[in-house]
Design a protein around this ligand. Sequence first.
Ligand code: ZN
Length: 165
Amino acid sequence: MARAARERSEQERATRLVVDCVRLDAGSVDHIEVNDQCILDEPGIQGALVVDGVVHLEVVVRAAGGSLVADGRVVGVWAAECRRCLEDVRGPLEASLHEVFEWEATEGETWPISDHRIDLAPAAREAAVLALPLAPLCSEDCAGPVPDRFPTGPAAVDYTAGGGV
Ligand SMILES: [Zn+2]
């Protein structure tokens, strides 16, 4: 798969969060606590992202039959543009994480176990990105950049017609 240089550098910066679960599979422990952070690959969606791509995970991994279940939460900080005034807005990001890892993973449903190891980073990314705000506001009563000319309500305003800053 060919990738642009920019994408490659972002990918190199992204980290994995690999948990060795051999002791779980062997039954010598009944859970593994993970309290760590990772840098997400592609940490944003249209108009919003996880600041620096960094999330912190507080997760417990347990064996469940032949699979492994990771339960916990992902926290970070999101940044986005206010949908009315386009100022930067930031807020706390918190997402619950409940994911199943299997030796024979089902695409889109479960994550793979490889050599008794699981990588929590892709699951953390999915949880974090789903928790990003879709239409953030700097405040509930944000009046937009030029309230006299463009009285804003919840409906979107076409700023492209109003010229630059
Ligand atoms: Zn605003």
